[in-house]
Each structure stands twice: as C-alpha cells, then as structure tokens.
Design a protein around this ligand. Sequence first.
Ligand code: NAD
Length: 245
Amino acid sequence: TRIRPSNKRCAVIGGSGFLGRHLVERLVDRGYAVAVFDIRQSYELPGVTFYQGDLCDKHALLVALKDVSIVFHCASPAPASDDRALFQRVNIDGTRTVIQACHEAGVQKLVLTSSASVVFEGTDIKNAKEDLPYAKRPIDYYTETKIQQEKMVLEACSKENDFLTVAIRPHGIFGPRDPQLVPILVDAARRGKMKFIIGDGCNLVDFTYVENVVHGHILAAERLKTDSPLCAQAYHITNDEPVRF
Ligand code: NAD
C-alpha cells in the first residue's frame, strides 16, 4: 500500500536554478513546505529544505521525495552546453528515474517544465494551439531530448495508479536573476553584434515573464485532478494579463 503524503508538501527538482528558485519562492508564499533537489545549492530560504544530488540517482531522489505529493521537474543542463551525452543522461534517462522515484515515493502529481521549442520547425508560428504535432526535425539535440522527456512524462499519467502528470511549455523566460537571456543580448549588443537584421525584421519570438511561467506551473499543479482535462496535457505559456493568484 502506498502512503498518502500530505498535500502541502512538494519538491522542486532544479529548484536552485533561475525558474526553479522563483517557483520555490511562490510555493513558500502559498504555504507549501518545499524540498529542493538540485546538484547545487545557490541560496537559503525558511520553509525550504535542500537536498543536493543528481536526479539520475534514484536513491538520492527518494530521500528528497519522502512525504511529498507534488513534484515539479524543472532541472536541465543548459541548452548552450551542447553536450549530447549529458542531455541524453539527464533529460531522458534522468527523467525516467524521476518518474520511477515518484512511483516509489507515492507522489501523486508531476509537473514538467518542457519547452515551446518542442513544436518548432524553424518557421514562425502564430496563435499556436497545443494540438500541434511535435517537431519532426527539432532545432537541436537539446530540443530532441525535451520532446522525448515530455512524451515520457505525459505517457506516465495514470488515473488508475493515482499518478497524474502535466507539462508546461514556456519559450524564452526573462525576469530578475535571469542568467542567460537578457545578459546574452546585452553582451551581444555591447560587442556590436546587434547591428544586423536577419530576415525582414518581422521574425517572431515569444518571451515570457518568469512570474507568469511560475503561475502556470502552480495553477497546473493545483488544478490537476483525476477528472480534470489537464491530465497528460501540455500547455504553452506566454504573457497576457499581469499575474494575479
Ligand atoms: P537553470 O540552468 O537556471 O536551472 C536548471 C537547474 O537544474 C540548475 O539549478 C541545475 O543545477 C539543475 N540541474 C541540472 N542538471 C541536474 C541534475 N542532473 N540533477 C539535479 N539538478 C540538475 O535553467 P532554467 O532557465 O531555470 O530552466 C529551467 C527549466 O525550464 C529547464 O527544464 C529548461 O529546459 C526549461 N526552459 C527554460 C527556458 C528559459 O528561457 N530559461 C525556456 C524554455 C524552457
């Protein structure tokens, strides 16, 4: 028999990262006890317990997932690392390990941070719905592993086993403490690399404020129930109205 963990306990895998830390802060505000599981610890916060470990290590994960009912998985190697073996090991094999650990720990809900790139074929998409097929030719290997990761998590959704899953697909995330997007743009501008327009200047790209991405994750987790349409679904997340919980 599975032990029923208390509802207000959740874990954030990758909780030391840019998105993960914002998510942890909002979860604490909402009264959750939070376990952070990450290969590094980058801060301290009351109400948060840190577990340092690699998500490919099931035994290390099981310690952090004890009594947890909701798991947010927002860990990934940086896309810029361009390390195929690492993407395969962490995003594919590691996600399989996360799912197994969730089963063994009696976790009820798993919310995955996916990416809008999983449907991107290299040409502009306007007003995309979630029924677009996965990209047949993903833009890079990182995205290929994000596709496989998302499929794996959504296929693991099982009402019979009381294990529900959902995926959130942001594109470029910006906001306080952003280590990548804005710093890279500013650096490129400083080095005079922003003087050229590629294409006709009308290319589209979607950026989402980090608090909106966090809002999407928490809503998804709280609305995910056995009879809800969220089960095994992926949701694009973008900016619209300011965030109001
Ligand atoms: P980030 O690099 O700031 O955070 C990722 C965290 O994962 C880091 O703290 C890192 O230490 C941890 N991590 C990496 N490998 C690990 C492992 N093997 N075991 C345990 N922890 C590990 O990245 P982020 O920008 O916060 O991205 C979070 C998620 O959002 C990722 O899944 C990423 O694919 C997705 N995403 C990000 C963006 C963006 O613009 N930042 C856009 C779309 C999707």
